[in-house]
Design a protein around this ligand. Structure first.
Ligand SMILES: [Zn+2]
Length: 128
């Protein structure tokens, strides 16, 4: 009983390799996405200077681009931190309570730093 439970919750070396691959791919994808967003934003800013009539709509789009870039940056940071944890041997361990996140969660969301319980508590708690 205990043995079966352990094999389902603990990460195997293969799992760590898979997580490392996925995190590296995700980091690459986010970096090129950020570069594209930055390009689009500078193109828009250059346009704004020339064409004052459209600035309202363009400012809106710029804000959207910035929001997207911030979300991508935050995810990239978490992805890099997860890769650090992989190297340090603490991948899959909740950074808040120190308990294993569970194999399924660690593989489904390799950049997650919290276990399900802590993630839910943080969402429910004040200040996010
Ligand atoms: Zn936790």
């Amino acid at each position: 009983m205990n043995r079966a439970e352990t094999s389902e919750t603990l990460l195997r070396p293969r799992d760590l390799e898979e997580a490392a691959d996925r995190l590296s791919e995700q980091a690459d994808r986010l970096r090129s996405q950020l570069a594209r967003t930055e390009e689009a934003a500078s193109a828009l800013r250059a346009d704004c200077d020339l064409d004052a009539g459209d600035t309202g709509a363009k400012a809106m789009t710029l804000r959207e681009l910035r929001t997207r870039a911030q979300a991508d940056e935050a995810l990239l940071e978490r992805t890099a931190a997860a890769l650090d944890r992989l190297r340090a041997g603490s991948f899959g361990i909740c950074t808040r309570c120190g308990r294993p996140q569970g194999r399924e969660r660690a593989l489904a969301l390799p950049h997650a730093e919290l276990c399900v319980v802590c993630a839910e508590e943080r969402e429910a708690g004040p200040g996010g």
